[in-house]
Design a protein around this ligand. Structure first.
Ligand code: SF4
Length: 103
């Protein structure tokens, strides 16, 4: 009887861990590629420090997705949503020419 209960607890914990993992990967989503047409159109870079400042002189450090008004993620997340890219995510350290300083 006790073995059965132990088995149930172990199975439940495993199922919970798998569910949490699935939910986490869904929340993080697929990161938009710099080569996607939409990303290219707005000069998105996954690393703001790699922005072509000759082409995008508006970029000034420490601007990044993490401090952009359009960025949708919990504080401290490495990636989050951006309405410009639908279901795809952007890097917290990224930047694009649609950047708006978070109020
Ligand atoms: Fe990042 Fe803001 Fe550009 Fe979206 S609009 S990619 S959050 S800088």
């Amino acid at each position: 009887m006790q073995t059965s209960r132990r088995k149930f607890v172990i199975t439940s914990l495993s199922a919970g861990a798998m569910l949490a993992s699935t939910m986490r990967s869904h929340a993080e989503g697929t990161e938009v590629s710099e080569t996607d047409a939409n990303a290219k159109a707005v000069g998105y870079k996954a690393r703001a420090t790699q922005v072509d400042t000759a082409k995008y002189p508006a970029y000034k450090a420490p601007q990044a997705c993490a401090n952009c008004q359009l960025y949708q993620a919990k504080a401290g997340s490495e990636q989050g949503g951006c309405p410009l890219f639908g279901a795809k995510t952007v890097s917290a350290k990224g930047w694009c020419s649609a950047y708006v300083k978070k109020a």
